[in-house]
Design a binder for this molecule. Structure first.
Ligand SMILES: NCc1[nH]cc(CCC(=O)O)c1CC(=O)O
Length: 322
């Protein structure tokens, strides 16, 4: 044991929501920092979004829905109670306030949506009128486009709560993000992973974001420097391009928009992007695919896809009501 006195200043304080998945993600970052020789600990922060998931929650009149999972976390960053926050990137608004920055975007996990159902192994074998548990407007619209007869059940709560509701028969199947189930060791519940051209994932799905202050105080520079090794450039490029598309179409996680960007692989040296905008009733779908050989700017790829979506009527689809 060294007898060097560590001060509490040395410890990197990681802010996280208290859900199982959020804590898994914060732990993942904490372990990586510890393995790199840093001292780190987790501070749990309760957000408006978490309170909303409790039974009996009465929403305040001024609730705008945007950023409900991050407001209290950003306050903790500003007040210096935490040094960094770990988020699911897809839950972050496309525009951060200027005092915050995404200091690292680690390598993305599986970005796909998955089918969870023991009895029927895929959407196509679900009986007529089958009940799917999801509240996501994107998933509802996309599923209706594939199967107009399906019905939806409001299934809220964390992943284990949703799996329990499925088991209890409150719905026949769930559609969830692969990343969440894989992280929590629930891969055995996954029966099918939808291809992005079938059910296009949410922008940023499967990626984590490490948020810090933008300030260049000595403390904050140390923090940003300490997480820099976790940044994965191809993931950052892909999710930035995806978020450009979302932003160009109005932003927000409640729009029925899927966007997925795939970095070049060895046998195909091109960036690929697929985007899907679906009318809320599923009756019309606009799908755009694009490729870029020398993608140097995620904004250019995102803008190109957004422009094509718009020229094919995507904004009208989004404006129509189910
Ligand atoms: N909106 C909730 C949410 N936020 C992040 C994930 C999963 C992990 C990820 O997509 O990165 C989930 C659950 C889900 O959509 O099934």
């Amino acid at each position: 044991m060294s007898n060097v006195q560590h001060s509490s200043e040395d410890i990197i304080r990681i802010g996280s929501r208290g859900s199982q998945l959020a804590l898994w993600q914060a732990n993942h970052v904490m372990e990586a920092l510890r393995a790199a020789g840093y001292r780190a600990e987790i501070e749990i922060i309760r957000t408006t979004g978490d309170r909303m998931q409790q039974p009996g929650f009465v929403p305040p009149a001024n609730l705008d829905g945007k950023g409900i999972f991050i407001k209290e976390i950003e306050e903790a960053l500003e007040q210096g109670r935490i040094d960094l926050a770990v988020h699911s990137l897809k839950d972050l608004p496309t525009e951060l306030a200027p005092q915050f920055t995404l200091a690292a975007i680690p390598r993305r996990a599986d970005a796909r949506d998955v089918w969870v159902c023991e009895q029927y192994w895929g959407l196509h074998t679900l009986p007529e009128g089958g009940r799917i548990g999801t509240t996501s407007p994107r998933r509802r619209a996309q599923l209706l486009a594939l199967r107009p007869d399906v019905q939806f059940v409001e299934v809220r709560g964390n992943i284990d709560t949703r799996l329990r509701k499925l088991e209890e028969g409150q719905c026949d199947a769930l559609v969830l993000a692969a990343a969440g189930l894989d992280r929590l060791g629930r891969t055995e519940n996954v029966h099918y992973r939808f291809r992005p051209d079938e059910l296009c994932p949410a922008p940023g799905q499967g990626a984590l974001a490490i948020e810090t202050l933008s300030a260049s105080s000595a403390r904050n520079l140390f923090i940003r420097d300490s997480v820099a090794f976790l940044d994965h450039a191809p993931t950052r490029f892909a999710v930035e391009a995806e978020r450009v598309v979302l932003d160009a179409l109005g932003g927000g996680c409640s729009l029925p928009i899927g966007v997925h960007c795939i970095p070049p692989c060895e046998d195909n040296g091109k960036w690929r992007m697929i985007a899907q905008v679906v009318a809320p009733d599923g009756e019309a779908v606009v799908t755009v695919e694009a490729e870029a050989a020398h993608a140097t700017d995620p904004c250019a790829l995102g803008d190109q896809v957004a422009d094509e979506l718009k020229s094919r009527g995507a904004l009208d689809l989004l404006a129509s009501t189910a």
